[in-house]
Ligand binder design. Sequence first.
Ligand SMILES: *Cc1c(COP(=O)(O)O)cnc(C)c1O
Length: 411
Amino acid sequence: MTGAPITLADVRALDASDSLARFREQFDLPDGIVYLDGNSLGALPRATPARIAGVVEQQWGQSLIRSWNDHDWIGAPARIGDKIASLMGAEAGEVIASDSTSVNLFKLLAALVGLYPERSDIVTETGNFPTDLHIAEGIAELFGKRLVAVATEVLPDAVGADTAALVLSHVHYRSAYRHDMRAVTAHARHAGARVIWDLSHSIGAVPLDLHADGAELAIGCGYKYLNGGPGAPAFLYVTHDLQQRMVSPIRGWMGHAAPFAFRDRYTPAPGIERFLAGTPPVLGLAGLEAGVDLMLEADQHALFDKAQRMFELFAALMADRCPEFRLVSPGRAEERGSHISFAHSQAPAIMNALIARGVIGDFRAPDVVRFGLTPLYLRYRDIWDAVDALACIMADGSWRAPEHARLGRVT
Ligand SMILES: *Cc1c(COP(=O)(O)O)cnc(C)c1O
């Protein structure tokens, strides 16, 4: 995409040869909106309302409590976990859908430091997603460990004989920087430590092969690229090899080997179910499963290839039409995930103005406008339209209108 300026005809040609184009009609997208925030809340699959309605009306309404067995509500966390496992190069029985990403990190990190009573440090990077930092800080306090948060560049030096756990986002929420999972995991294992990978911005966005990369522990989000719906259950992954040795700090009855034996004493389930806590959120799981089922139909490499083409198109159009924005995402495809971010000192007002024009991205403090590239339902044409709208806002100064200065509670 170098040389002559890109034209609308070029963009149309990209859409015409897009092997993933058929997926767009599987989503219920509002007319007149360019949705570039699917990395924060995935769009609504057309199949989802009927799936959830079926669980509510037929299963809950008619079968009532019998649904736990008759409609396998009880098996949903492991069943959906197995489906997610196949998206990330994990085996059946290594992933479970449960709780939120935050709670799953709490469970895995506590269980992991329990494996290393003699090691003092939990290592992470400064600027990691806030919940990961907060949870790690809390675990450090609870277990009398030291939280060592360092810049990405010096991470390897911070991992050593004192490290119990390394907590990292595989793809960074703001910049889209992607760690080399294999290299980082190998480095940590060499020091005798273990990594918990947060896959929130990776699952359904970049091809994953956790076994091949030697990754043993991970958590991730259900409502971003998996399109599970607002507040959808998250997931966690523990390799078969480690499961027996790790015990959840939240000893809920659903993680018990025999919940309906109603025993006083806690015995963890033998497999991944030991990381369940309370009763599964059946309605949320129905939405998640619909999103995951759709994602399973798409080739993850094709998705990533399209996202990278969209990234290059976005970057080239911005350089051409909005040069005042500074690209903060990595230039090399192997170092990034599936969104694109730019810095601008007036980022909040600009993003508000853009959203008012029907192009939905988001603002990430302090100065970033961020755009999720979700190849399952975006067209190249959407990228063209988004940059066109942004160029118009910058040219006519409409972002300076007072109503765009206010931020909502959620950005
Ligand atoms: C979105 C995201 C989360 C979300 O955590 P919740 O508990 O679902 O709110 C966690 N970590 C990262 C890296 C994320 O991007």
